[in-house]
Design a protein around this ligand. Structure first.
Ligand code: CA
Length: 363
């Protein structure tokens, strides 16, 4: 090959490379995000979902897309995670949407509303019932794009110093419980209190409060409530399934190449399944240990459940009257719930009820 020709060919190769490399750079750029969790590291199951998510994103991009996870309080307090995403302080957070019902009660539908869907039904609503699209349309007002990111399953009703035998026992009851559930109980005369996780134990011990709800056996066991409030009620009718979400700043989401968006979506989906699986695997052992440690299990009496359900429906009607976003999502959500239970009462509930009887001999 003559020297001139060689230069020409090599030049063509170089040109081809030069054209190809920006395309590669566009699809696999170096991206560093910060994610603030609304939870402390001690709640390893919930907090861990953000770590599972971040690790998958990093591994799927050969370390090009790094999402650093910060515990609640390291960047902003846990209950300000959504604000930090909205104003761009961080690119993303892992949080419970219902922490923000003070801004708008519509936020509750992202996590749980009293007498709402269980975790299976929530996922059906989010992914295939139009729920996630409705939520994202609402979150857009806050510059947020969201993806489901975990679930606790049905929570426990919490720890009570005295038994609840009638609806009248709710009157004057000082209970650590937040959001819409607190407003439902208020209608029945209870006095809801907002208390951070670490402050619940001394408040129960001193009798400043009469009852407290937290999560379920695995998380409750760590806080030792059974030592100060022996009656452990179920079910937590305000959290038939408490869903967590990853909130992502809209502009930051839009900046991501399509393949990164797909990776983030897949990683969030995995974290969503993984958290529920961890709770389901860990709760039975924790429940057994709590019962051995003196916790006395009590179901809420039927009349209490019915009175709370009635109060919840009244609350929804009141809120929906002047809140169009709430009404739009409430109507869709409740229609979906109706269909779900039409199906649930046929195969799912009957299978579960039979299996509960068939296996209960094992203890
Ligand atoms: Ca709870």
């Amino acid at each position: 090959m003559k020297r001139r020709q060689f230069i020409k060919v090599a030049g063509a190769g170089l040109a081809a490379g030069a054209v190809a490399s920006p395309a590669i750079a566009q699809s696999s750029p170096e991206v560093k995000w910060r994610l603030t969790s609304s939870f402390p590291k001690s709640l390893d199951t919930i907090y861990g979902a953000a770590e599972v998510f971040s690790k998958l994103v990093s591994e799927a991009t050969d370390g090009k897309f790094q999402i650093q996870v910060f515990a609640a309080g390291e960047i902003v307090p846990g209950l300000q995670a959504a604000d930090a995403v909205q104003n761009g302080t961080v690119e993303s957070c892992h949080t419970a949407s219902y922490y923000y019902v003070g801004k708008d009660p519509t936020f509750a539908f992202g996590t749980a509303v009293p007498f709402g869907l269980n975790s299976r039904q929530e996922n059906a609503w989010f992914y295939h019932g139009g729920g996630q699209d409705l939520l994202n349309e609402f979150y857009k007002k806050y510059n947020i794009y969201s993806l489901p990111g975990g679930n606790t399953g049905t929570q426990m009703g919490g720890w009570f110093r005295k038994e609840v035998k009638t609806v009248a026992d709710l009157n004057g009851l000082k209970m650590r419980i937040g959001g819409l559930a607190g407003r439902v109980l208020q209608k029945l005369g209870s006095v809801p209190q907002q208390i951070a996780g670490g402050d619940i134990y001394p408040a129960l011990e001193k009798g400043t409060i009469d009852a407290a709800e937290w999560v379920g056996p695995f998380d409750d066991e760590k806080l030792g409530f059974n030592k100060v409030a022996p009656f452990y009620y179920y079910p937590g009718w305000w959290e038939g399934g408490a869903a967590l979400h990853f909130f992502i700043n809209q502009a930051k989401w839009a900046e991501l190449p399509k393949n990164y968006q797909a990776i983030v979506t897949a990683a969030a989906g995995y974290a969503n399944v993984d958290m529920q699986a961890k709770y389901d695997a860990r709760n039975p052992g924790a429940l057994r240990r709590l019962a051995q440690g003196g916790a006395q299990l009590r179901p809420f009496p039927l009349e209490v459940m019915e009175a709370c359900n009635k109060a919840a429906n009244e609350l929804y009607t009141e809120i929906a009257k002047d809140n169009a976003d709430f009404k739009k999502i409430l109507d869709a959500y409740m229609n979906f719930r109706g269909d779900q239970y039409l199906w649930w009462r046929v195969a799912e509930a009957n299978f579960d009820n039979f299996m509960i009887r068939a296996t209960s001999a094992r203890g």
